[in-house]
Design a protein. Structure first.
Length: 308
């Protein structure tokens, strides 16, 4: 399995994996979930989070505990990071103590700096540009629901930022059609879309549009995220009318494949990007998706530490 190639690597974006490595990592996560493989370690994961987190923080922590490893919560508020110690200095020091480090921050460049100065594996636990760990769990959920990736169309509705970016790349790497429907001023970064097209090598369609109804037509997966991400809270009220046409509600869902599933990275703002009826409805898979964060990240940690 090419998962062995991942030892000592970083995951700063989902496309740091090649398509084979991604498929193998997902299969490894599925095997870990069944319990047929139980890797063990005695190593230490640091969690350096500059933004709030429930799922990522807890799923990484529990995954490491299940591996019999240890976790240190490096809250910037109670360390020197919060007082402005340079990230490159912090990286070189943490590198001497930890075995693996997951970072949630704003700028993608900051995790690239940490990865440059630290020799241990560095994981992107969300930046303003990407959320690769989320997409590992999303792909695992899609694989569980449909058995395969090929032939599925995933439609993302809403803000074309971090989660959407990793999803576009992840779909391209697994050969799924990806449609992103966003208001004109909130469409995904064209460089990410171009990178996805290059990774897809013509094996799937990649569409960016402002037409939510057309995008949803016949899709197997509908996916959304909050309309105002962390750090954009002051813009939330102004965005509501702009994003309203992209809300996943029962009327929009009725245009998708009748067997379609609904995903959301969570946390959800009910009656904004998704209605209560849909997130609580029979097509929602959001709780399985959240659980899969733990299985996917356990596989990722195991692979990067060479336990596989
Ligand atoms: N989806 C996700 O990353 O959730 P948290 O912000 O709670 O970690
Ligand atoms: N786009 C959201 C994702 C949260 C998991 C944010 O960045 O806040």
């Amino acid at each position: 399995m090419s998962v062995r190639n991942l030892k000592d690597r970083d995951l700063l974006g989902i496309a740091d994996l090649n398509s084979h490595e991604l498929h193998d990592l997902l299969q490894y996560a599925a095997d870990l979930k069944t319990g047929i493989i139980t890797p063990r370690c005695n190593q230490v994961l640091g969690l350096l989070f500059y933004k709030a987190s429930t799922r990522t923080r807890v799923s990484f922590t529990v995954a490491m505990y299940q591996l019999e490893g240890h976790v240190i919560d490096l809250n910037p508020k109670v360390t020197q990071m919060g007082r402005g110690e340079p990230i490159a200095d912090t990286a070189r020091v943490l590198d001497r103590y930890l075995d693996i480090l997951a970072i949630r921050t704003f700028k993608q460049e900051d995790i690239e700096t940490v990865a440059q100065y630290a020799t241990i594996p560095v994981i992107n636990a969300l930046t303003d540009i990407e959320h690769p760990c989320q997409i590992l769990a999303d792909l695992l959920t899609i694989k569980e629901c449909f058995g395969d990736f090929q032939g599925n169309t995933v439609t993302f509705l809403g803000d074309g930022n971090n989660v959407a970016h990793s999803l576009i790349l992840g779909c391209a790497m697994t050969g799924m059609n990806i449609r992103v429907a966003s208001p004109p001023d909130y469409q995904p970064n064209p460089e990410i879309v171009a990178k996805a097209k290059s990774l897809a090598e013509g094996n799937c369609e990649i569409i960016v549009t402002d037409d939510a109804n057309a995008a949803v037509e016949g899709s197997q997966v509908l996916y959304t995220d909050v309309w105002a991400s962390m750090g954009q809270e002051n813009l939330a009220q102004d965005r509501i009318p702009v994003f309203q046409p992209y809300q996943i509600n029962s009327q929009l869902l009725s245009k998708a494949d009748p067997e379609a599933i609904v995903l959301h990275c969570l946390p959800a703002h009910r009656e904004e990007e998704i209605t209560n009826e849909v997130i609580e409805g029979k097509q929602s898979r959001v709780w399985d998706q959240a659980e899969n964060r733990m299985h996917a990240q356990k596989a990722l940690i195991s692979a990067l530490l060479g336990l596989s």
